[in-house]
Design a protein. Structure first.
Ligand code: SF4
Length: 163
Protein backbone atom coordinates (compact mmCIF):
# COMPACT_ATOMS: atom_id res chain seq x y z
CA UNK A 1 0.00 0.00 0.00
CA UNK A 2 1.44 3.39 -0.96
CA UNK A 3 1.57 6.29 1.50
CA UNK A 4 -0.99 8.32 -0.46
CA UNK A 5 -3.56 5.57 -0.85
CA UNK A 6 -7.05 6.65 0.25
CA UNK A 7 -5.79 10.18 1.07
CA UNK A 8 -7.11 11.97 -2.04
CA UNK A 9 -10.18 11.94 -4.24
CA UNK A 10 -9.87 11.99 -8.04
CA UNK A 11 -8.48 15.25 -9.42
CA UNK A 12 -6.55 16.28 -12.51
CA UNK A 13 -3.14 15.55 -10.96
CA UNK A 14 -4.04 12.15 -9.53
CA UNK A 15 -5.81 11.13 -12.73
CA UNK A 16 -2.80 12.05 -14.90
CA UNK A 17 -0.43 10.29 -12.53
CA UNK A 18 -2.69 7.24 -12.63
CA UNK A 19 -2.50 7.09 -16.41
CA UNK A 20 1.27 7.28 -16.40
CA UNK A 21 1.79 4.83 -13.52
CA UNK A 22 -0.71 2.33 -14.91
CA UNK A 23 0.81 2.54 -18.38
CA UNK A 24 4.27 1.85 -16.92
CA UNK A 25 3.02 -1.04 -14.77
CA UNK A 26 0.95 -2.79 -17.41
CA UNK A 27 3.67 -2.40 -20.04
CA UNK A 28 6.35 -4.12 -17.97
CA UNK A 29 4.93 -7.04 -16.05
CA UNK A 30 7.77 -9.13 -14.68
CA UNK A 31 6.52 -12.56 -13.57
CA UNK A 32 8.19 -14.91 -11.20
CA UNK A 33 7.19 -18.10 -12.91
CA UNK A 34 5.84 -20.76 -10.65
CA UNK A 35 5.73 -23.93 -12.70
CA UNK A 36 4.74 -26.76 -10.39
CA UNK A 37 3.16 -29.28 -12.76
CA UNK A 38 2.16 -29.92 -16.37
CA UNK A 39 0.70 -26.43 -16.97
CA UNK A 40 4.25 -25.12 -16.70
CA UNK A 41 5.04 -26.60 -20.12
CA UNK A 42 2.42 -24.35 -21.73
CA UNK A 43 3.69 -21.41 -19.68
CA UNK A 44 7.20 -22.02 -21.06
CA UNK A 45 5.81 -22.32 -24.58
CA UNK A 46 4.14 -18.93 -24.13
CA UNK A 47 7.53 -17.39 -23.39
CA UNK A 48 9.18 -19.04 -26.40
CA UNK A 49 9.53 -17.48 -29.83
CA UNK A 50 6.29 -18.77 -31.40
CA UNK A 51 3.99 -16.96 -28.93
CA UNK A 52 6.50 -14.32 -27.85
CA UNK A 53 5.02 -12.93 -24.63
CA UNK A 54 7.80 -10.33 -24.60
CA UNK A 55 5.78 -8.24 -27.06
CA UNK A 56 3.31 -7.61 -24.21
CA UNK A 57 6.16 -6.49 -21.95
CA UNK A 58 6.07 -9.74 -19.94
CA UNK A 59 9.62 -10.73 -19.05
CA UNK A 60 10.23 -13.64 -16.63
CA UNK A 61 12.43 -12.91 -13.62
CA UNK A 62 14.30 -15.41 -11.43
CA UNK A 63 13.68 -13.64 -8.12
CA UNK A 64 10.48 -12.63 -6.27
CA UNK A 65 12.16 -9.36 -5.30
CA UNK A 66 12.35 -8.36 -8.97
CA UNK A 67 8.82 -9.50 -9.81
CA UNK A 68 5.39 -7.90 -9.74
CA UNK A 69 3.47 -10.89 -11.12
CA UNK A 70 3.24 -14.51 -10.04
CA UNK A 71 1.99 -17.11 -12.52
CA UNK A 72 0.93 -20.19 -10.58
CA UNK A 73 1.02 -22.90 -13.25
CA UNK A 74 0.20 -26.32 -11.93
CA UNK A 75 -1.13 -28.39 -9.06
CA UNK A 76 -0.92 -26.64 -5.70
CA UNK A 77 -0.29 -29.26 -3.05
CA UNK A 78 -0.67 -28.41 0.64
CA UNK A 79 3.08 -28.88 0.99
CA UNK A 80 3.79 -26.33 -1.76
CA UNK A 81 1.19 -23.77 -0.63
CA UNK A 82 3.35 -22.32 2.15
CA UNK A 83 6.21 -21.84 -0.34
CA UNK A 84 3.91 -19.99 -2.72
CA UNK A 85 2.74 -17.71 0.09
CA UNK A 86 6.30 -17.03 1.20
CA UNK A 87 7.44 -16.10 -2.32
CA UNK A 88 4.36 -13.90 -2.75
CA UNK A 89 5.18 -12.04 0.45
CA UNK A 90 8.72 -11.41 -0.83
CA UNK A 91 7.41 -9.62 -3.93
CA UNK A 92 7.22 -5.81 -3.72
CA UNK A 93 3.89 -3.97 -4.08
CA UNK A 94 1.99 -3.58 -6.30
CA UNK A 95 1.84 -7.26 -7.18
CA UNK A 96 -0.50 -9.52 -9.07
CA UNK A 97 -1.27 -13.22 -9.40
CA UNK A 98 -2.47 -15.28 -12.36
CA UNK A 99 -3.84 -18.75 -11.56
CA UNK A 100 -3.09 -20.79 -14.67
CA UNK A 101 -5.07 -23.98 -15.28
CA UNK A 102 -7.89 -25.68 -13.44
CA UNK A 103 -5.54 -27.15 -10.80
CA UNK A 104 -4.43 -23.68 -9.68
CA UNK A 105 -7.93 -22.21 -9.98
CA UNK A 106 -9.94 -24.95 -8.27
CA UNK A 107 -8.00 -28.17 -7.72
CA UNK A 108 -8.72 -29.46 -11.22
CA UNK A 109 -8.76 -33.24 -11.63
CA UNK A 110 -7.89 -33.54 -7.93
CA UNK A 111 -10.93 -31.58 -6.84
CA UNK A 112 -12.83 -34.57 -5.45
CA UNK A 113 -10.26 -37.14 -4.36
CA UNK A 114 -7.03 -35.16 -4.14
CA UNK A 115 -6.54 -35.19 -0.37
CA UNK A 116 -3.14 -33.52 -0.84
CA UNK A 117 -4.23 -30.73 -3.22
CA UNK A 118 -5.53 -27.25 -2.41
CA UNK A 119 -8.84 -26.47 -4.09
CA UNK A 120 -7.50 -23.26 -5.59
CA UNK A 121 -4.40 -21.17 -4.95
CA UNK A 122 -6.68 -18.26 -3.98
CA UNK A 123 -6.89 -19.89 -0.56
CA UNK A 124 -3.31 -18.71 0.11
CA UNK A 125 -2.72 -15.70 -2.17
CA UNK A 126 -5.14 -13.22 -3.80
CA UNK A 127 -5.71 -14.06 -7.46
CA UNK A 128 -6.31 -11.33 -10.05
CA UNK A 129 -6.91 -13.42 -13.15
CA UNK A 130 -8.04 -17.04 -13.55
CA UNK A 131 -7.02 -18.80 -16.75
CA UNK A 132 -9.16 -21.94 -17.31
CA UNK A 133 -8.05 -25.12 -19.05
CA UNK A 134 -6.23 -28.39 -18.45
CA UNK A 135 -3.80 -27.23 -19.54
CA UNK A 136 -4.61 -23.80 -20.99
CA UNK A 137 -3.00 -23.18 -24.36
CA UNK A 138 -0.47 -20.34 -24.69
CA UNK A 139 -3.17 -18.20 -26.34
CA UNK A 140 -5.21 -18.48 -23.13
CA UNK A 141 -2.31 -17.32 -20.98
CA UNK A 142 -1.71 -14.40 -23.37
CA UNK A 143 -5.40 -13.52 -22.95
CA UNK A 144 -4.85 -13.69 -19.19
CA UNK A 145 -2.02 -11.15 -19.48
CA UNK A 146 -4.29 -8.85 -21.48
CA UNK A 147 -7.08 -9.18 -18.88
CA UNK A 148 -4.60 -8.28 -16.15
CA UNK A 149 -3.41 -5.28 -18.14
CA UNK A 150 -7.04 -4.12 -18.47
CA UNK A 151 -7.42 -4.43 -14.70
CA UNK A 152 -4.23 -2.45 -14.02
CA UNK A 153 -5.40 0.27 -16.43
CA UNK A 154 -8.38 0.92 -14.11
CA UNK A 155 -6.30 1.23 -10.92
CA UNK A 156 -5.66 4.46 -9.05
CA UNK A 157 -2.71 5.31 -6.83
CA UNK A 158 -5.13 7.23 -4.60
CA UNK A 159 -7.30 4.25 -3.73
CA UNK A 160 -6.65 0.85 -2.27
CA UNK A 161 -5.47 -1.66 -4.83
CA UNK A 162 -8.32 -3.87 -5.98
CA UNK A 163 -7.96 -7.46 -4.80
S1 SF4 B 1 -4.67 -28.17 -14.90
FE1 SF4 B 1 -4.26 -30.10 -16.02
S2 SF4 B 1 -2.39 -29.67 -17.18
FE2 SF4 B 1 -2.53 -28.10 -15.55
S3 SF4 B 1 -1.35 -28.89 -13.81
FE3 SF4 B 1 -3.49 -29.54 -13.53
S4 SF4 B 1 -3.61 -31.60 -14.45
FE4 SF4 B 1 -1.74 -30.60 -15.24
Amino acid sequence: MSIIENKFRDNVIITSADKFMNWARLSSLWPITFGIACCAIEMMATAASRYDQDRLGVLPRPSPRQSDLMIVAGTVTFKMASRIKRLYEQMPDPKYVIAMGCCATSGGPYWKHGYHVMKGVDQVVPVDVYVPGCPPRPESLLEGFIKLQEKIRRESIATTQAA
